[in-house]
Design a binder for this molecule. Sequence first.
Ligand SMILES: Nc1ncnc2c1ncn2[C@@H]1O[C@H](COP(=O)(O)OP(=O)(O)O)[C@@H](O)[C@H]1O
Ligand SMILES: [Mg+2]
Length: 242
Amino acid sequence: MKREDMIFDEKYVGTLTVSHVSKYYGENDEVKALDNVSVQFFTGQLVVILGASGSGKSTLLNLIGGMDTVTDGSINIAGVDITNLSEKMFALYRREVVGFIFQFYNLMPNLTALENVELAELPGGMKAIDALKLVGLESKIDNFPSELSGGEQQRVSIARAIIKNPTVLLCDEPTGALDSKTGKKIIKLLQNVNQNKDKIVIIVTHNSNLAQIADRVIKISDGKIYSDEIQKNPKSIEEIEI
Ligand SMILES: Nc1ncnc2c1ncn2[C@@H]1O[C@H](COP(=O)(O)OP(=O)(O)O)[C@@H](O)[C@H]1O
Ligand SMILES: [Mg+2]
């Protein structure tokens, strides 16, 4: 098998390595959204990345998810550098390996909730209607995004991510738009996605309470990681306030 094909075989995924990754914006690269970040993620670990607004959380997640390209550095999954893939393999990586819950939902405005989730269906996988049931939205499947609340749009975006049973599940402020009760339900759901401990799950948030459920908490500020700690006894979502 070609090395490139291996990233689509779950048994080869185990470690995701971000090496010296920088992402600069601006005409003269004056905005250092990420500045020489190195970090490794492992399957089975629920990781929360904590940081204030503007610290670089979304940038890091976008780069890992293949939504954007690095200025410098490499991102390696199962021995394959995704910053070096052909367009076709990069698209396949996004479609088949990564489940992405966007901070601002990124739903198609002219498609219904059901149709939005159907876009992410994979052959032989879960059906859109079942994913929408899991997030408690079965009564809104024919609504367009403009007819849904922020929290409901968030849940459509979550259904679209989990429908693929992704090996790498990236969640950008997944509870940001949800009330506390719905937020807890959704976190439970994200934890269930990883019940076989065979996935990489990363939740990005500015909510320090939410970090209490993580196996590991990484803190980021000004585009740099300044703390990375294992939590021996993470709390269950029922025990905390979010
Ligand atoms: N497309 C962009 N163009 C210019 N600056 C950007 C862009 N995206 C993000 N930034 C800047 O990069 C920094 C990190 O942003 P971001 O990763 O979105 O932070 P967070 O998700 O932690 O709030 C911020 O200063 C932000 O203004
Ligand atoms: Mg963000």
